[in-house]
Design a protein around this ligand. Structure first.
Ligand SMILES: Cc1cc2nc3c(=O)[nH]c(=O)nc-3n(C[C@H](O)[C@H](O)[C@H](O)COP(=O)(O)OP(=O)(O)OC[C@H]3O[C@@H](n4cnc5c(N)ncnc54)[C@H](O)[C@@H]3O)c2cc1C
Length: 360
């Protein structure tokens, strides 16, 4: 079947939903396509697995319950400058396309599912992950970036008696944060009983993990590899491979235009804009791109995209965390509480002009 739209948005994550909501409110004919039938606030996934009763299904919502324009569930397999082809054989012709296909974590599918594309299946997937975690006595987390640090803290808060080890390749946690934030996060995790091992690269070897530098081995009931995100841009390789950089990210200019193509845009985790990647930035990019498109359509002048100043927060369990502002790092409860309250779920749905589902 062939469909037609003015603006095709590929991917309904933080960036795609923000741009979709604003453009459809602005009166444009918008079609959002996503492999899943639900939106999910990634920030809450680790607590969702470690302590599901605190979060339930509040991070997830069916697109059909809140999306303004047309929503189609399906996977885009290839595209050019005029049409995109779905896995089911359908084609969508468009005037403009916005590539917001984000990223996935190949070694940690609980963070962003690579197989549960249905709301109920995802709920079950999270329940199964929780049961597996609850049954394990010893846990090894590999990777001390945001995901590894937050997950170690969530597990330690939910299960204070578990034996938790966090191994990191460098000699500080949270590599992209300031030294004070790195030290405070280490103190907070250590106080919760997490053993942090620096300068360790563990690799699976039979039923144990061996460190290539020290030759030390660890055998844990459960191992989470919290390393490496990969952009979801394979569908561009057939007809638009020239838009990808060496890391598989879509090259864009300061208008979020795909370099060389005036009717294509890219933003969020799949684009070369703003590194390191943050969901909050992806949301802001979505709103800014929608504003720019609406303004340009009215013949108004559009300002180039400039990375906004943001606070970065990493929680290290139910009651602690670090907040990095451009001028200082804080650990005070009233500041960390801004994220701890609901891990940003309410704020995100508010941006979409919606509300999260009730905790049941
Ligand atoms: C556990 C975890 C915790 C995090 N915590 C924070 C945090 O506290 N703060 C913060 O700022 N950031 C955080 N992040 C980072 C944040 O989640 C990402 O930066 C954000 O998800 C990027 O949003 P996006 O819209 O670019 O893409 P995504 O959220 O990845 O969404 C992309 C969408 O595109 C869809 N898609 C992909 N390919 C196709 C295709 N071919 N066809 C159709 N649909 C497709 C996917 O199904 C998905 O819904 C966290 C990430 C993880 C994993």
């Amino acid at each position: 079947m062939q469909k037609q739209t003015d603006v095709l948005i590929i991917g309904g994550g933080f960036s795609g939903v923000n741009v979709a909501q604003k453009l459809s409110k602005g009166g444009l004919n918008v079609t959002l396509v996503d492999k899943k039938n639900y939106f999910e606030v990634t920030f809450a996934m680790l607590r969702n697995v470690a302590d599901p009763k605190l979060v339930g299904d509040t991070p997830r919502k069916l697109y059909s319950d809140f999306i303004g324009g047309t929503f189609i569930q399906g996977a885009i397999e290839s595209m050019n400058t005029q049409e995109a082809n779905l896995a089911n054989g359908d084609t969508i012709r468009f005037k403009r396309a916005i590539i917001a296909s984000g990223s996935h974590y190949p070694t940690l599918p609980l963070a962003k599912s690579i197989s549960a594309f249905d709301y109920t299946e995802r709920h079950q997937e999270m329940e199964e992950n929780h049961k597996t975690l609850a049954a394990a006595k010893s846990i090894l987390l590999i990777g001390g970036g945001n995901v590894g640090v937050e997950f170690a803290g969530e597990i330690a808060s939910a299960f204070p008696d578990k034996d938790i080890t966090l191994a990191h390749a460098s000699d500080t946690l949270l590599d992209s944060m300031k030294p004070k934030a790195q030290l405070k996060a280490l103190e907070q995790l250590t106080a919760k009983g997490v053993t942090v091992k620096f300068k360790r690269r563990f690799k699976k070897e039979g039923n144990l993990y061996r460190c290539s530098q020290s030759n030390e081995t660890i055998q844990a009931d459960l191992v989470y590899e919290c390393t490496g995100m990969k952009p979801n841009t394979d569908f561009l390789k057939a007809e638009l491979a020239n838009v990808l950089d060496a890391n598989g990210l879509v090259k864009v200019d300061s208008s979020m235009n795909v370099v060389g193509y005036k009717n294509l845009y890219a933003l969020g985790d799949c684009s070369a804009l703003d590194i390191p990647k943050h969901g909050y930035l992806a949301s802001v990019q979505g709103k800014m791109l929608a504003d720019s498109i609406l303004k340009a359509d009215q013949g108004k002048k559009v300002k180039p995209y400039k990375t906004p100043t943001i606070a970065i927060m990493a929680v290290t369990g139910h009651d602690t965390g670090v907040a990095q502002f451009p001028f200082a790092v804080f650990t005070a409860k009233f500041i960390i509480g801004l994220k701890q309250k609901d891990l940003g779920i309410g704020e995100m749905f508010k941006m979409f002009g919606s509300k999260p589902n009730k905790l049941s």
